[in-house]
Design a protein around this ligand. Sequence first.
Ligand code: PMP
Length: 441
Amino acid sequence: LQNDYLRLQEEKESNARSYPRHFPLVISRAKGIKVTDTEGRMYYDCLAGAGTLALGHNHDIVLDAIREVLEQEIPLHTLDLATPLKLAFMQEVFSILPVELRDSTKIQFCGPTGADAVEAAIKLVKYATKGKSILAFQGSYHGSTQATIAMSGNLSKKEQLQSLLPDVHFLPFPYEYRCPFGMGGEMTAKLSAQYIENLLDDCESGISAPCGVIVETIQGEGGAIPANLEWLRELRRITAERGIPLIIDEVQTGIGRTGCMFSFEHAGIIPDVIVCSKAVGGGLPMSLVIYKEELDQWRPGAHTGTFRGNQLAMATGLATLRYIREQSVLQNVRDRGEQFKASLNELKARFEDIGDVRGRGLMIGVEIVNTAGLKDRLGHYPPDGALAAAIQRKCFEHGLIVELGGRHSAVVRFLPPLIITEQETAEVLSIFEKSVIEAIA
Ligand code: PMP
């Protein structure tokens, strides 16, 4: 039966699909961090909807929230009209913001995907600043619509689209392990900040003025690369001094993933615009933009759309946000993140094929390298996408779903549900260890 389903997918589903190609399974049931396929095989899910499932699959409080909507005949769709649920959800969103933002921000509900909210954020700052160009970072990922592709660092996705894309300047991201300046360590962040400051000074002297800078505090699809916190503070200073809105894309990092509710909190900075999706809907489609009220200069009706304010997602999102706030989930994220890193670093000490272990909270990357290749000037071997893919396949055979990311797809990424237990983490890590050993043998 599973093969029939998979053949149907292979023959009838778009050639552009990505994730399903790596994972030949048909999922019939899911609970917590585990999914079960139609043949009865169980897998640990460390992809978890690319970080969407904060509380794992079918958490009881999420299911209860859905039941409540159905039992109380709450409308499933209202366009963007108010309901008590919408108002409660909005209040909850404001309550999880840092205090500095609670009373000075507004919210725009967007379509179901992260890309919808990124698009809205760019429109917002274009209206407010009249700037035309956008500053984004090498290695970034912001979505698959035309404007969000334009802002993503992955050039392969831009083939044949160039003429339709907005004006984007790319800045070097402080990726210390593969430093764009060949320096590494603290110098990576220092030189990147200097580069940005120089570029903005040139913009002031005539090149098209930027409407904003968009950044991920940890590049997710780019390979789980955390930005240096001092660099983030510098980026905030540089943009604030020039009156350029700083947009933080929290689509993947937001809602507890990194051990803080929002990842920019680690750096103690306050952005002008926050883009949210994935976990904010508690597992159902939802995206929104939170922004400083002085940016609210677009005219009424400037950003419309049919599916925004999905009521079911507001119910599941509300339940999820409350649970994270009230149940020490953030502490678990920090503890489990340390457990992951400690164990992965031990593995790194044993196998040269593991070049780098990095991340914050439960957004972790393991960069796989080719020990037969030439070392770069920082002493690092080149990335090895083929070995990373072999490790991913072995993980799958042993019942663990992990995704790859980064240039050359050489980074194994762990994005487990935030409620993963110590025991489950140990089991995931033991499968990973076994898979690495088998793949490099
Ligand atoms: N921004 C970031 C940081 C993301 O990780 C993603 C999705 N992985 C997006 C935007 C786009 O979200 P979506 O796939 O829902 O359009």
